[in-house]
Design a protein around this ligand. Structure first.
Ligand code: NCD
Length: 306
């Protein structure tokens, strides 16, 4: 039985297979419509979510399966003090696979230790978010045609942004990737990613504070929201929240074929006037999220569709 806590739980070959499967699902959805008949997905969400939870649920429904779960800690027995370990012990007998989001780093990992069914980390605190990475990789591969040899700017809250941490872990395994880390001083990438992942792998990267200084070099720009819920005080959040705003004027500094990605939700960091620019692919990215989650569910449940 397999769990997915980080993108590194999947080899480059497995990622390739998942992305190929996701592309086939997108092209031939009917072929997969009964692949998971009789199977159940549990979504255990202790933290707010729109896309991740609903795309997991849509994924299982598209495969003919069913879904059960909760969408906030308040509506689960966590509010009565139940541990993640006890909850997953029970859910293991109610469902075949589970996606868990939790505000505490490592909570889905704890669940995986007590689980009899595959556990997928759907975001743990400021740590990792591997299925968002699958959506990001499918977007890059589909829209750029490759997952190697490009310069990617990661902009915004690199400290608490788990999508960025997972994307970096996934991309260092492809050749010719250059990272430009664009953040205010206070929201720089944590050492456990900068030193243990980037430096330890001799990865090419540089850090910038001004988006304008980075933009002309980029093939991809990955914007992120300042993670309000991870701040210790409101004042710091308010000071940081509008540090970056990508608008049409700034986008004019970018290459004609640079793509703009964002895991969403967007707050102010991308002006809505950018949405119509052909380089903006963030809404497509959210659609790809359903196909990759379908592919991941099939892979973890070892369902083969001929
Ligand atoms: C991201 C998350 O939850 O980390 N959202 C998502 O899953 N698409 C990004 C965010 O909340 O800013």
């Amino acid at each position: 039985m397999r769990h997915v806590m980080s993108p590194l739980d999947l080899s480059v070959e497995e990622l390739e297979q998942i992305l190929n499967l996701a592309a086939d699902i997108k092209a031939n959805p009917k072929k997969y419509a009964h692949a998971c008949d009789g199977k159940k997905l549990a979504t255990l969400f202790y933290e707010p979510s729109t896309r991740t939870r609903l795309s997991f649920e849509a994924a299982m429904l598209n495969l003919g399966g069913s879904v059960l779960g909760f969408s906030s800690a308040d509506s689960s027995s966590a509010s009565k003090g139940e541990s993640v370990a006890d909850t997953i012990r029970i859910i293991s007998s109610y469902a075949d696979i589970c996606a868990m989001r939790h505000p505490k780093e490592g909570a889905p990992y704890v669940a995986s230790m007590y689980s009899k069914i595959p556990v997928i980390n759907a975001g743990d605190g400021g740590h990792q978010h591997p299925t968002q990475t699958l959506a990001d990789l499918m977007t890059i591969r589909s829209e750029k045609g490759r997952l190697d040899h490009f310069t990617i700017g990661l902009c915004g809250d690199l400290k608490f942004g788990r999508t960025v941490h997972s994307l970096i872990k996934a991309l260092i395994r492809y050749p010719g990737i250059r990272f430009v880390l664009i953040s205010p001083e206070e929201l720089r990438l944590p050492d456990y990613i900068r030193d243990d992942v980037l430096k330890a792998n001799n990865q090419d990267f540089r850090e910038e504070v001004r988006l304008e200084d980075a933009l002309p070099d980029l093939d991809l720009l990955y914007m992120t929201r300042v993670q309000k819920e991870r701040f210790f005080n409101e004042e710091d959040y308010v000071r940081m929240k509008d540090f970056y705003i990508l608008d049409k004027a700034k986008l004019a500094l970018a290459k004609d074929d640079m793509l703009v990605l964002h895991p969403l939700p967007r707050v102010n960091e991308i002006a809505t006037e950018v949405d119509d620019d052909p380089r903006a692919v963030y809404f497509k990215q959210a659609q790809y999220g359903v196909y990759v989650r379908m592919a991941l569910i099939l892979t973890l449940l070892e369902v083969e569709v001929c």
